[in-house]
Design a protein around this ligand. Structure first.
Ligand code: ZN
Ligand code: ZN
Length: 243
């Protein structure tokens, strides 16, 4: 028995070390973990200025530091900004889906590394967008909480995945219009630990930011509980319908 142990253990160890690093986008072997292959890297669109002063939606040309996008002009958002690492696209979307399905948990770390660049400078606590407890129970993990956890390891900013709760399950928002989405999620979130957010600069962490209906509902709940500000930090942002 002991001889077998001695023989097999080192073999397992070598096997683990020899696993090649793979591109998060397409799984081809790459030099280092969390690195993208050149083809995938070339398709990623990192969100950068010029952008809307209120929500950081990128502009095609510079309109000045205080310029607002059409949506923010129509209704000034209550959040303090939307920081997205990349624009949503085939590679960014595939990574989000693979993390959500639990195919590769380490993708949370890949995302966190890119999100660091757009992390709000004075963040005091991070709150991941919560899943409803049934969905959490079925899936076993929350992708936003995994990303927040990876961000905490890299930035030292604490996160709390109990402070904000989803008190009712919402139907899929996909395919719904802006107003319908907002109606679906209104009042769906509640802060159960106000002490965590009261008077603090909160960063709301999510994987994908689509219309912002969910983030707006979370922001409303966090501000109601006394958060000083709420800035949204996400991996990918859907930028269809650019204006
Ligand atoms: Zn690739
Ligand atoms: Zn805007």
């Amino acid at each position: 028995m002991r001889a077998i142990d001695l023989l097999t253990r080192p073999v397992h160890a070598v096997g683990a070390l020899a696993l090649p690093s793979r591109c998060p986008g397409c799984s081809v072997p790459v030099a280092e973990d969390h690195r993208f292959c050149a083809a995938c890297w070339g398709t990623l669109h990192f969100v950068a200025p010029p952008w809307c002063a209120a929500c950081q939606r990128p502009f095609a040309y510079d309109r000045g530091p205080d310029a607002l996008c059409a949506a923010c002009l129509a209704e000034r958002p209550r959040h303090a900004g939307v920081r997205a690492a990349v624009a949503y696209g085939p590679v960014a979307g595939r990574i989000a889906v693979r993390l959500k399905h639990g195919e590769r948990i380490a993708l949370a770390e890949t995302m966190a590394r890119r999100m660091m660049r757009v992390m709000p400078p004075h963040a005091e606590v991070m709150i991941p967008v919560p899943l409803h407890r049934w969905r959490l129970w079925r899936r076993g993990f929350s992708q936003a909480a995994l990303i927040a956890d990876a961000l905490t390891r890299r930035t030292g900013v604490a996160h709390d995945h109990h402070a904000l709760q989803r008190r009712r399950a919402t139907t899929l928002l996909r395919g719904l219009g802006r107003r319908e989405r907002a109606k679906q999620v209104r009042g769906a979130f509640v802060v159960t630990r106000p002490g965590v957010v009261k008077g603090r600069a909160v960063v709301l962490v999510d994987d994908v930011y689509t219309t912002g209906a969910t983030a707006a509902a979370c922001t409303a709940a966090l501000l109601k509980a006394g958060a000083r500000s709420v800035t949204i930090l996400c991996w990918a942002r859907v930028l269809e319908g650019d204006d």
